[in-house]
Structures are given as structure tokens and as C-alpha cells.
Design a protein around this ligand. Structure first.
Ligand code: ADP
Length: 227
């Protein structure tokens, strides 16, 4: 299955991608993680990226497309499929993705748009904490770690992302409205759009997704050919 996850920051694309990865044994590619890896290196490119990300702005279409293409085509598990989270974020990126997938002969199955409201997004993101080591997600109120500031899974240190403060979140939302929302129409025109109410808890979103997939013929076909 080849899936794109769309939706505003804080809609839960990363959390749902992890669920999808587990369910379908496909790879999860997060453009935000790719950029944060580059930022961690402290290279000239990493510093340039950091400047943009911490302002809530987008990096260039050319750069992110190149980085994602590298990651997608390098992965030995690509043939099983992928869940792309955070990419595409502009219509140009969506067109580029279609070209890349056409070259590989592996078109997208569907784009899943996760709809979430600003109030929910602000609560989720201002309280979000991330493991520096394995990337697991926690929340200061709704998903506290067992030991303060330490990851339950690997014991790594938890930190708050530089762009998870209220001012930057509002800026990221504006960028989403202007640059990313038009992609919803792009996929609707291709007949590939599915939508889900992402204001609800991850468990509920997960069961909505399972219900949706059970009604999807191409998913059922792929599932039976795997078994
Ligand atoms: P979120 O979805 O919560 O905003 P991400 O981790 O996906 O978080 O992205 C963090 C930041 O990385 C974005 O605000 C943006 O600056 C940059 N970024 C991620 N993906 C892209 C992309 N496809 N195009 C341009 N910039 C991107």
C-alpha cells in the first residue's frame, strides 16, 4: 500500500503512520524526521534548515523532494509500500511525487486527510515531548512518561521541539492553510482522497482507519495476495 498522510501540524500524522506501518508492514517516511536528522548533523545545510523550521516556514520544494526521493528509493522494503508523513506539503511537491512514483511504476493508492481543529492542535503540540534517541512521542498531560523526562521505550531524554511553541505553531497553521490545503483538492480530483476526524484520540482514529480500510477494495485485494 502506498499512502500519503495529509493534515495540519498536530493532526497526529506521525502517530497514525506508526500504526499503519505496524498493520501493513510498510515503511514510514517522515519529511520532518529527515530534516531533523540533517539539522542534528550541524552541517551548513542543517543550519539553514533549522533557521526555516524554527520560524515555521517551509524548506524549498527542490531540497525536500530530493531528500525524500533518496530515502524512498534507497529503502530495501519499498516494494511493500510506504506511509509518507509531512510530504507532499505543496501542490508542486505532490506533482513531483507523482512523477517519482510513475518512474518507479508504483502509483499512490490513496491520500488520507486528517482533519483537526486549532484548539486541539495547540493543546497537543505545546505539551508534546519527543525522545531524542528513538523519536517516541509523549505529552505532559495526556501521555506522561513513567519516569520524568525519560522515554518509556529506550530511556532516552525527552525534549520539546524548537517549533512546538504557540507562536510558531500559529505560523505553521497559516502555512498549512495557504500552501498545503490545496493538495486536498489535488488528490480529490484524482479520486484518491479519504478523510478522517483527527480531533479524536489515537485509538479512535485507529479504529476509524481500520473500518475505512475494510471497506476499501484495493486494500482487501492486496491483503489477500499477501496471505
Ligand atoms: P508538523 O507536521 O507537526 O508541522 P513535521 O515534523 O512534519 O511537523 O515538520 C516540521 C517542519 O519541517 C515544518 O514546519 C517545515 O518547516 C519542515 N518541513 C517538513 N516537511 C516539509 C515539506 N514537505 N516541505 C517543506 N518543509 C517541510
Amino acid at each position: 500500500m502506498r499512502i500519503v498522510l495529509l493534515g495540519p501540524p498536530g493532526a497526529g500524522k506521525g502517530s497514525l503512520a506508526a500504526v499503519i506501518k505496524e498493520m501493513m508492514d510498510i515503511i514510514h517516511i517522515s519529511s520532518g524526521d529527515i530534516l531533523r536528522e540533517e539539522m542534528k548533523k550541524g552541517s551548513k545545510l542543517g543550519l539553514e534548515i533549522k533557521g526555516l523550521v524554527e520560524k515555521g516556514a517551509l524548506v524549498s520544494d527542490e531540497l525536500i523532494t530530493k531528500l525524500v526521493e533518496q530515502k524512498v528509493s534507497e529503502d530495501p522494503k519499498l516494494s511493500k509500500g510506504f506511509a509518507l508523513d509531512g510530504f507532499p506539503r505543496t501542490t508542486h511537491q505532490a506533482q513531483e511525487l507523482d512523477h517519482i512514483l510513475a518512474k518507479l511504476g508504483k502509483p499512490l493508492d490513496f491520500a488520507l486527510c486528517m482533519d483537526a481543529s486549532l484548539k486541539v492542535i495547540l493543546t497537543r503540540l505545546t505539551g508534546r515531548r519527543v525522545c531524542r534517541n528513538c523519536g517516541a512521542l509523549f505529552h505532559i498531560k495526556t501521555k506522561q512518561p513513567k519516569k520524568p523526562n525519560l522515554c518509556d521505550l529506550c530511556g532516552g531524554e525527552l525534549y520539546q521541539r524548537g517549533d512546538d511553541n504557540e507562536d510558531t505553531i500559529r505560523k505553521r497553521m497559516q502555512v498549512y492553510e495557504i500552501s498545503t490545503k490545496p493538495i486536498i483538492d489535488y488528490y480529490a480530483a484524482q479520486g484518491k482522497l479519504k478523510r478522517i476526524n483527527a480531533d479524536r484520540e489515537t485509538e479512535q482514529v485507529r479504529s476509524d482507519l481500520i473500518k475505512m480500510l475494510n471497506e476499501d477494495k484495493s486494500y482487501q485485494n492486496q491483503k489477500s495476495s499477501r496471505n
